[in-house]
Design a protein around this ligand. Structure first.
Ligand code: G
Ligand code: G
Ligand code: MN
Ligand code: NA
Length: 253
C-alpha cells in the first residue's frame, strides 16, 4: 500500500509520468487525439495505478497539486508534438474536485499561453457521476472552460446515473460511451438498442461520440454500425509512453 506522504514525495521527485492512448476517427482511422493517463513509478513498489493514487490524492488534499503537476507535463508534451508538426487533440481527465479549484480556469489559460497550445486542441474529461453532486458549481467551471475554447467530454457515460435533462445542461462537446456498453452491445444484439439510443441522444445534444474500450473486431463492428465518431481501445493501441507514441504514429496501425 502507498501513503499520502509517499504521494507528495512522488510529485516532488518526478515519479509521476503520463501515458497517452490514441483516439481515432471511425471513418479512416485517422489519429484524432490522445488521452493522457497518469502513471506512478514508485521507486520500490513498482507501478501504482491511478485507480489507487487519484482517490488517495483526493482524500488527502493533494489533488490540486497533482493535477497541476500532471497538466504541466501534458502541455509540455503537446508543445513538443506541435514542434514536430504533429497536430492532434490532447484529452486530460479532471477530478470533480478540480472543478471546485477556483483558480483552475485562469491557471489553464496561462499554461495554454505559456506552452503555445490552442485551447481548442485540449479536452477535459469529466466522469458522468462527477456532474451529479455539485452540478451547479461544476457546470459553472465547465462553462468558463468552454468559453475559453477548451473542449469538454463526459467520460464513462452509461455507468452513472445522469438523465438526459442533466446531460443537456452540461456544456460538453463530446460523449464517451463506457466500455461496458460497447462490450454488451457486441455480445448481445438486443443490447444494441441501448447503445443506439445513447448515440442518438448525443447527436441531438450536438455531442461527438467516442466508443471506449474497443478490444476486438466485433466491438469495432458494432461501433461502425451504430455511427460513432471516434474509437479508443486496446484493439487500436494501449496507452503509450511518449517515445512509443511517436513510433506508433510513424508506423501507423
Ligand atoms: O489508466 P487506467 O485505466 O489505469 O486509469 C484508471 C482510472 O484513473 C481511469 O478512470 C482514469 O480516468 C483515471 N485517471 C488516469 N489518469 C488520471 C489523471 O491524470 N487524473 C484523474 N483525475 N484521473 C486519472
Ligand atoms: O475512466 P477512463 O475512461 O478515463 O479510463 C481509461 C482507462 O481505460 C485507462 O486506464 C485505460 O488503460 C483503460 N482502457 C483503455 N482501453 C481499454 C480497453 O480496450 N479495454 C479495457 N478493459 N480498458 C481500457
Ligand atoms: Mn477518460
Ligand atoms: Na472512460
Amino acid at each position: 500500500d502507498v501513503t499520502a506522504v509517499e504521494l507528495s514525495k512522488a510529485i516532488v521527485n518526478n515519479e509521476m509520468t503520463l501515458a497517452f492512448q490514441p483516439k481515432l476517427t471511425v471513418q479512416g482511422l485517422i489519429l484524432s487525439g490522445v488521452e493522457a493517463l497518469a502513471r506512478w513509478h514508485h521507486p520500490t513498489k513498482g507501478m501504482i495505478s491511478p485507480g489507487v493514487f487519484i482517490p488517495l490524492a483526493e482524500r488527502h488534499g493533494l489533488i490540486d497539486a497533482l493535477t497541476r503537476h500532471l497538466l504541466e507535463q501534458a502541455f509540455k508534451h503537446k508543445r513538443t508534438w506541435q514542434q514536430y508538426g504533429l497536430r492532434f487533440n490532447l484529452a486530460f481527465n479532471l477530478s470533480p474536485l478540480s472543478l471546485a479549484d477556483i483558480d483552475i480556469v485562469d491557471w489553464l489559460c496561462a499554461m495554454a499561453a505559456q506552452y503555445d497550445v490552442p485551447a481548442n486542441e485540449i479536452t477535459f474529461e469529466i466522469t458522468e457521476n462527477a456532474l451529479l453532486g455539485e452540478l451547479a458549481s461544476a457546470i459553472r467551471t465547465l462553462a468558463r472552460l468552454r468559453l475559453k475554447g477548451f473542449h469538454i467530454a463526459i467520460d464513462d457515460y452509461g455507468t452513472g446515473f445522469a438523465n438526459a435533462q442533466q446531460l443537456s445542461r452540461v456544456p460538453a462537446t463530446e460523449l464517451k460511451i463506457d466500455r461496458s456498453l460497447v462490450h454488451r452491445a457486441a455480445a448481445r444484439p438486443q443490447q444494441q438498442t441501448i447503445f443506439a439510443s445513447t448515440v442518438e441522444l448525443a447527436k441531438k445534444l450536438n455531442l461527438s461520440t467516442v466508443a471506449e474500450g474497443v478490444e476486438t473486431r466485433e466491438d469495432f463492428q458494432v461501433v461502425v454500425d451504430l455511427g460513432v465518431d471516434l474509437v479508443q481501445g486496446f484493439y487500436f493501441s494501449k496507452p503509450l509512453f511518449p517515445d512509443d507514441l511517436l513510433t506508433w504514429i510513424k508506423t501507423g496501425l
